[in-house]
Design a binder for this molecule. Sequence first.
Ligand code: HPA
Length: 343
Amino acid sequence: MAEIDRLKVLDPLKVLAGAALGAAVGIAAGAAARGGAEGSAGTGQAGATPPPAPAPSAQERAAAAAGGAAAYAIAQSAATELARRTCRPRHDLAVVLGSGWQEAVAGLGEDPVDLPADELPGFARTTVAGHTGVVRSVTVDGRNVLLLLGRAHLYEGHTPSVVAHPVRTAIAAGVGTVVLTNAAGGIRRDYAVGQPVLIADHLNLTGASPLAGAPPPADMPSRFVDLSSAWDPKLRALAREAEPSLAEGVYAGLLGPQYETPAEIALLRTLGADLVGMSTVIEAIAARHLGAALLGIALVTNAAAGVLEAPLDHAEVLAAGKAAAPALARLLAAVVERALATV
Ligand code: HPA
């Protein structure tokens, strides 16, 4: 437990003070019942992992969805379970793999340990094609890296707390650098399908925030988070070092799941958006709230509505990811290696 201290376990007395907190106590007890023993660093091997804990209870899922103090408690529980199952007491860096990105990590790292995400407390079951719902732990240059293959989206009906939960778990597990990847529509006419673009800034147009609602516990940072340099300039420079041709753009995060109208894309362009998608911004806010450094890479999977005559569909998004996978794999490996050197 000592190494997993970025999110401190809630003081039980404080926990009892708030309304959401009966649930948090239940979560902590549930996680403890599932077994909190942690193994030694870097020894996890596929096939040699501890047995899965019982699936999270409905109460735990509900508490995680509600947000507030319970959301942080269940992230801590998930981090503890992750450490136990992977036999890796902490992780250094996490990568969230969005639509089209899953194949890009097939060869990333060594000694992979795969866990079905929904066996970890608070993780949602994925309902989206192209999102496998696997949490993979690998080692890269002797460091532990968490690969989150798939994510939860607001448009699936998940609350912002559930969407933010994997990132909060990663940070509770020791992660100080979070790489968020996604598939996006290209609003700029000079973006090509299959092109990765660094996220320089974002517009959160979802109408939601992982920090809305009950305030974080007193031992967490203030919810009034400064986002003026949310997308870490140093990490972006490192990524451009790895791939000098990388463009940068502003990502507009919308609720979805429908694609946009041409009029909406015209509006987004006037607002300063270069890319449009249905993810990332909620996780980004949660990561910055907890002080993690953020890098974002969007894969342009299609020209946004109205940019070309062509209609949009999800199969096209996945196909673009498949075609770009070898180039994305090289880019991610180089970026992860460089980013690890800074943590
Ligand atoms: N719009 C919104 N989300 C997306 C798009 C798009 O054009 N392409 C991939 N994700």
